[in-house]
Design a protein around this ligand. Structure first.
Ligand SMILES: [Fe+2]
Length: 181
């Protein structure tokens, strides 16, 4: 049966694919600014706007009811890492803006923040998949999993900003095939 934790794990497959693309992009001598802009859009609207919204607005609060504090322990660590991720994205955007204005040395900042984001997310997703979600599977009843899952689908369907998840996934896969990752 499809569960809420499985739904989040399915998103992770594509977020990890995106991190592979990000590392591959940093191997180019000249930054492909269109690709980088597209990556920022995917992170803001899919990885953060949709996936992290499901976690932060629904999944973590459901875990809080089971005694998982948002101030300490695994959920607190996950929340902190989401903020770290946003800081890396700001670093990518800020440096991209400088680069677009002609400051070619900003390439280093773009690439450092892209690699930082990729490394953070690979570790973060590893912790969620292997530790937090397995704990969640133990404490959430089948009914709670199903309720969360339908609330996840609601978030996705009610969103007015950005494109649909499947559109972002398509872009991730086409970038992945372009960079052969
Ligand atoms: Fe996640």
């Amino acid at each position: 049966m499809k569960t809420a934790t499985k739904n989040l794990e399915d998103d992770h497959v594509y977020v990890l694919k995106l991190t592979d693309v990000m590392v591959a992009v940093t191997h180019s001598e000249n930054p492909d600014t269109d690709h980088i802009r597209s990556i920022i859009d995917i992170i803001k609207n899919f990885a953060d706007g949709l996936h992290h919204a499901k976690e932060e607005n629904l999944f973590f609060p459901a875990l809080a009811l089971k005694g998982f504090s948002a101030q300490q322990g695994p959920v607190a660590v996950m929340l902190r890492e989401h903020i770290e991720g946003r800081n890396y994205v700001k670093g990518i955007s800020d440096n991209l803006e400088l680069f677009d204005k002609g400051d070619k040395s900003a390439k280093t900042g773009i690439y450092q923040n892209m690699r930082g984001y990729a490394e953070l997310l690979v570790n973060h997703i590893g912790k969620e998949n292997n530790i937090l979600f397995r704990m969640a599977d133990k404490v959430l009843s089948e009914r709670e999993q199903q309720e969360l899952l339908s609330d996840f689908e609601k978030i996705e369907n009610d969103r007015t900003e950005g494109k649909k998840a499947e559109d972002y996934i398509k872009t991730i896969l086409s970038l992945a095939s372009y960079y052969k990752v």
